[in-house]
Design a protein around this ligand. Sequence first.
Ligand code: ZN
Length: 320
Amino acid sequence: MQKISYKIGVDIGGTHIGAAIIKNGSQIIGRKQFPFPQDEVFATDYMSERGSIVCDYIYNLVTALLHEQRMSIKIISGIGIAVPGGISKDNETVIKAGNLGFYNLPLRKLVARRFENTRVSMINDADAAMLAEYTYGELQDTQTAVLITLGTGVGGGLVIAGKPFKGGMGNGIELGHMILKKDGDKCGCGHSGCVETLCSATAIKNMAIRSGYKKADDKFHARNIIDDAKDGIVDAEKIFDEFVDNLSCAIVSIINFIDPEKIVIGGGIAHTGDYLIKKLIPQVKEKSFFENGYAQICLAKYLNDAGMIGAALYNEKSLS
Ligand SMILES: [Zn+2]
């Protein structure tokens, strides 16, 4: 009989830190999230303090989640953390995560100190999502396919010849930082006009402010705009349609570049569901170079959970 395994996956995002208890690889049996403590983190320039603040949140989040599920940390065989940013090759240090304000932060070790006797691992969030969808989700059995994760930022991954592609030089894939608009908005990476500035939740928020639908000092999330659009509020619909138009440009460029069989959309915005896909597909069709069939476009199986599931899966893999 297979031994039951429990892991915890933690996904650090620009707006929330999510954690889930995951049974036997992909079954979520409990979840919880805290807001990302942006104000506290950006109030200090000391990286060790930023790390310490986030580690406190992660520790409290995991402890509260275990308490809710009446489980002890002792039965958790590992904690995997997914981070939206560049990570060192030894998976110890966050080199650059602009949305979190992390630069050269040895985060894995800092988290591991809080959870003595539990194995802690760290992985880039898009790589984690890729691992989850490739192992159990929509990228299973694909030969050439692309995953795009739409959240505070934009990430992605690529399957080539049936295997996740890690980049020719080992740098990975940065779909979010392909430049879609020369001299466009400033991106968290320091350049301008990246896919991330046009196709992320942050982009939707900026469009809402720019169009006057929201004020710059209003507290709101991209999902509020999307909900308004779904409710038929014309000005919100206009913003969402502009977002879809931008996203279709990025997707058509990817299709024209590698002609994948499937494009899978994950991340927080994937929760928009069919409303997004139904608007996106005609836009892609209109812009596509290929007339006789091209990539199937679908939602990720695990939507925004793929980061947590993949982080936990990586924890298992890194044991071997
Ligand atoms: Zn960028």
